[in-house]
Design a protein around this ligand. Structure first.
Ligand SMILES: *Cc1c(COP(=O)(O)O)cnc(C)c1O
Length: 351
């Protein structure tokens, strides 16, 4: 069992922080004359009392999401997309100009961007050629200043799951905080790591409403971790980070779980179809196995193909500059007619 002492990993100034107490932390009913809101009401008609500040801790929404993910409310943090928890973890654990993180390219670009913004060092330990983790190399790269390890499963842009045994091994062997980004977990057959936060005090699981729930526009991300980490995140976040429109929409998403399941099933079926069609193309050299809502494939002269597809109005992502991803394109699974148009355009482009 890991013996990570979370408290000692936290930056000293954050440890000593007296959190801001907002008016709504103290009272939320009565004649509310404490927050300089506009008592005459909002100029926009809406049932949500938009003239009042939102709940700083979003207890109702957290309760629902915690229930859905099989964890306790005090294991759950809500952020403005996943971007916010990624940034908060840097700010809580990494001393600028001194500490560092480990990332495992090819992977999601935001970890490095956020580290750069926070003046935090970035060490790269590549995935293997088969896009799997190399736990021994990660362990070798870690030292006292390496506070965070960012893993992504299913990984973007490679679309595959990281082996669960490797994820668990790293929770035990990595001396800092292990962040597992599960943005695409609902498309995967592999089980979420969320419930493992009960056993691993240094594990943070990130999820989002942007992908399977189809709510990228409301900017809602979730961090699941041990209550001590969650309480630090709560202390450092902006007091009213989750707005009422976002919370209201997210709650409504849970009224429609059948549609969520249906869309996930459809996306998986379409993924299968697009993968098969790509495999039939002579120009395509490899279609990588996917457990996400996109496919990574290797194609001759990928850069040119990417540009020519764009000329036909079909926009995919060129990933050929990433390690082990030479001549690779990433395509999101679209609506059935969009997928057909993509495949037709690809045929036109490669001749
Ligand atoms: C899309 C994506 C996210 C989602 O980010 P949000 O800020 O929640 O929209 C997170 N991680 C990865 C790896 C992604 O691909």
């Amino acid at each position: 069992m890991p013996t990570t002492n979370i408290h000692s990993l936290v930056r000293e100034n954050i440890r000593n922080l007296t959190p801001y107490r907002s008016a709504r932390d103290d009272f939320d009913s009565g004649i509310l004359l404490d927050a300089n809101e506009n008592s005459f009401g909002s100029t926009v008609r809406n049932q949500l009392d938009l003239h009042r500040y939102p709940d700083p801790t979003q207890d109702e929404l957290r309760e629902v999401i915690a229930g859905y993910r099989g964890v306790d409310v005090d294991n759950l943090f809500l952020g403005v997309g996943s971007d916010e928890p990624i940034d908060l973890l840097m700010r809580i654990f990494c001393e600028p100009g001194q500490d560092s993180i480990i990332i495992t390219p090819p992977t999601y670009g935001m970890y490095k961007v956020s580290a750069n913004i926070n003046n935090v060092g970035v060490k790269e330990v590549l995935l293997s050629e088969r896009f799997q983790l190399q736990p021994d190399k990660i362990k070798e790269a870690a030292d006292d200043t390496t506070k965070l390890l960012f893993l992504c499963s299913p990984n973007n842009p490679t679309a595959n799951d990281m082996k669960r045994t490797d994820l668990l091994k790293l929770c035990t062997s990595f001396p800092g905080i292990v962040v597992v980004d599960e943005a695409y977990i609902d498309f995967s057959k592999q089980e979420s790591m969320a419930e493992m936060v009960q056993q691993y005090p240094n594990l943070v699981v990130l999820q989002t409403f942007s992908k399977a729930f189809g709510l990228a526009g409301i900017r809602l991300g979730v961090a699941i971790a041990n209550p001590e980490i969650i309480s630090f995140m709560m202390r450092v976040k902006a007091p009213y980070n989750i707005n009422k429109l976002t919370a209201d929409t997210a709650l409504k998403a849970f009224d429609n779980r059948e549609l969520l399941k249906f869309n996930i099933k459809k996306i998986r079926e379409e993924r299968q179809y697009v993968a098969e069609q790509l495999e039939h193309s002579d120009a395509v050299e490899k279609v990588y196995p996917s457990n996400a809502n996109f496919l990574l494939f290797k194609i001759k002269r990928a850069k040119e193909v990417y540009e020519n597809l764009a000329k036909l109005g079909v926009i995919v992502r060129y990933r050929g500059n990433e390690p082990h991803c030479e001549n690779c394109l990433r395509v999101t699974i679209g609506m059935p007619d969009e997928n057909v148009k993509f495949l037709r355009a690809l045929k036109d482009v490669v001749g």
